[in-house]
Design a protein around this ligand. Structure first.
Ligand code: ADP
Ligand code: MG
Length: 261
């Protein structure tokens, strides 16, 4: 059955998604759909509203940077996208799932398959080897069959360039290597969406650039990436920059066109 839009022209052949984009027609469902999100934290002294009506759509394949001053709501936004926290008001839909409809255990299961999370301080488990850290989400989600987990972990470590560190404990790695391990772990269950909260905030600038390049490669391979960052360098890699200010979207800019000053 034809889409109504296409019915307007009987001669036009069925458009591919790419052609649809060229013609300004709607693409497939967005991978992220936030509608009028409000998040109020119930602090002991007085409630604090960290997000004040954020609406946002991100299409699959985008590489989005979220920027804004400290306290503007960036981490709050990422936590809602990951289903780590719930909004006070508004609807969060990610990868076709309305998160409101899920129980805590359903959310955890959904997150394991759908979201790859990367943090500023890596959050690797110190008593596990690097390879064991990468296998951990596979063990929780049980998508990857048991016999394939170790080879898959090694392949992912190879992908992020630290296959030779697989049997070491995280503490023996450099910061950049630990972040690569954390990115390999985030990829364990092949999630369609990678969320990273200031992933280069604890790294020197050369290492930061190499980590941003790795995210850009993973995006080019088809993953949607949302990175909270302060790196100015990021504009070289991203397709879109969203600026938060006091819990609102202050600016939402596409970065596709080269701007000539
Ligand atoms: P950002 O990541 O942009 O620095 P956050 O999303 O962490 O901002 O925080 C936004 C605002 O919400 C800040 O003012 C912060 O103090 C407040 N906030 C964050 N988490 C909590 C919490 N659990 N309880 C109360 N206030 C919080
Ligand atoms: Mg933050």
């Amino acid at each position: 059955m034809n889409n109504n839009r296409f019915d307007e022209s009987t001669t036009r052949h069925q458009a591919t998604p790419h052609q649809a984009a060229d013609q300004g027609l709607p693409l497939s469902e967005p991978i992220i759909d936030l509608h009028q999100i409000v998040k109020t934290y119930e602090a002991p002294s007085q409630p604090f509203t960290a997000l004040r009506g954020v609406s946002l759509r991100v299409q699959a394949g985008e590489f989005v940077a979220v920027v804004g001053k400290s306290g503007s709501g960036k981490t709050t936004l990422l936590n809602l996208l990951a289903g780590i926290d719930r909004p006070t008001n508004g609807a969060v839909s990610v990868a076709g799932t309305d998160l409101h409809a899920l129980s805590e255990s359903q959310l955890a299961e959904w997150r394991g398959r759908t979201i790859g999370l990367v943090f500023q301080f890596f959050q690797l488990l110190p008593t596990l080897t690097v390879a064991e850290n990468v296998m951990l989400p596979m063990e929780f989600a049980t998508i990857v069959p048991a016999a394939e987990r170790q080879p898959k972990a090694l392949a992912l470590l190879d992908r992020v360039g630290i296959r030779d560190q697989a049997d070491k404990l995280p503490v023996t790695l450099s910061g950049g290597q630990q972040q690569r391990a954390a990115i390999a772990r985030a990829l364990a269950n092949d999630p369609p969406l990678l969320l990273a909260d200031e992933p280069t905030g604890n790294l020197d600038s050369a290492t930061s650039t190499s980590i941003l390049e790795l995210f850009a490669e993973l995006n080019a391979e088809g993953r949607t990436v949302v990175v909270v960052t302060h790196e100015r360098d990021i504009s070289r890699y991203i397709s879109r920059q969203i600026t938060l200010l006091d819990g609102r979207v202050e600016a939402d800019q596409l970065e596709t066109a080269e701007v000539i000053p």
